[in-house]
Design a protein around this ligand. Structure first.
Ligand code: 5RP
Length: 225
């Protein structure tokens, strides 16, 4: 927990007065939102867009003003976690089920800071099963087409019920093994009718903050992504 919190607090320090901020989702993003809440309490003026109902509720409780997309042209900075980060800063996201809103928010952002603990750093993506958001209609067929791409997959459940995203869709968790070409796989998956989006984030961040068990943090930056 400390490692995630340290990375999150370091990222929150990049937020400046009058910025529009994208709030991520998950146990690491939670700490960034907490820290921003403290800063707002201390007089920081920001407006925020949340990537999930959960993060929006947390932000509102802390007094962080949430604005609808209609009111903004661009997001200055988004701070979000990830399930895996490879050496090119490609990501797997969606473990918390928020990948679609997370991707929409990240794509609308001038910069995205990814906050992770060291366990999320990998040489190649794919140990974490790739979450794919699919619509309910015909989901069995959509899952068969996903399996045809060469993965083992399962429908995400919540207890005895099928898990539903904030957008009213399902998630198929797809184990492709090592993902040699994330960009190609991203495109192949999103061409399947019934797929809304998948958790591969390719060239969406240039800045990763890693928290270590030792208490240290490390900032990794990439140019020309
Ligand atoms: C939610 C996400 C999260 O960022 C990802 O699952 C990492 O979560 P955590 O910070 O709890 O490890 O993509 O959809």
């Amino acid at each position: 927990m400390e490692a995630k919190r340290n990375a999150a607090e370091k990222a929150a320090a990049y937020v400046q007065d009058n910025m529009v901020v994208g709030l991520g989702t998950g146990s690491t993003a939670y700490w960034a939102i907490e820290q921003l809440g403290k800063r707002v309490g201390g007089g920081l003026h920001i407006r925020a867009v949340a990537t999930s109902v959960q993060s929006e509720e947390q932000a509102r409780k802390l007094g962080i003003p949430i604005v609808p997309f209609a009111e903004i042209d661009q997001i200055d900075i988004t701070i979000d976690g990830a399930d895996e980060v490879d050496q090119q800063f490609n990501l797997i996201k969606g473990g918390g089920g928020a990948l679609l809103r997370e991707k929409i928010v990240a794509a609308a952002s001038k910069q995205m800071i990814v906050i992770v603990d060291e366990s999320k750093l990998v040489d190649e993506l794919g140990t974490f099963p790739l979450p794919v958001e699919i619509v309910k209609f015909g989901f069995e067929m959509t899952m068969r087409k996903l399996a045809d791409l060469g993965c083992e997959l399962r429908l995400r459940m919540k207890g005895n019920d099928i898990y539903e995203t904030d957008n009213g869709n399902y998630i198929a968790d797809c184990d492709f093994g090592r993902i040699a070409d994330p960009e190609q796989l991203h495109q192949q998956i999103n061409l399947i009718p019934g797929v809304v989006d998948n958790g591969l984030f390719v060239r969406m961040t240039q800045h990763v903050i890693v928290g270590y068990k030792s208490g240290d943090t490390e900032e990794l930056r990439k140019k020309n992504t």
